[in-house]
Design a protein around this ligand. Structure first.
Ligand code: FES
Length: 116
């Protein structure tokens, strides 16, 4: 797992068929620890830990294009990063960082660059 040479993207070394529908796959990137999820729209990457109390977001499934934190059930959209639901709407003004994902020439998933 190294930054792609001459590219601001990060090569995860993962192929799409290595992702599981049941949980995210955490990867350490130059922008922090992100998780890559298999979603109906293709692979998505988002911060691996929750902005609430650092809960392990990556342990959830991205199967429906959203990720739900297992600790207090805040739910985030894996494309926009926006919190779309939570018990009693707590934290619904929060957002997780998402990174663009594409398949590189070697067939592995490339992340980033992070937009500002
Ligand atoms: S730690 Fe994720 S919702 Fe509380």
């Amino acid at each position: 797992m190294t930054p792609a040479q001459d590219s601001p993207q990060f090569d995860t070394g993962l192929r799409p068929d290595q992702l599981t529908a049941d949980r995210g796959t955490p990867v350490e990137t130059p922008w922090g620890i992100f998780a890559v999820y298999q979603t109906p729209e293709g692979p998505r990457a988002a911060e691996a830990f929750c902005p609430h109390l650092d809960g392990p977001l990556f342990e959830g499934s991205g199967r429906d294009g959203h990720i739900t934190c297992p600790w207090h059930l805040w739910r985030f959209d894996l494309t926009t990063g926006l919190c779309v639901d939570s018990p009693e709407n707590a934290g619904c003004d929060s957002k997780i960082r998402c990174l663009p994902v594409e398949i590189g020439p070697g067939g592995t998933l490339l992340l980033g660059p992070q937009s500002s």
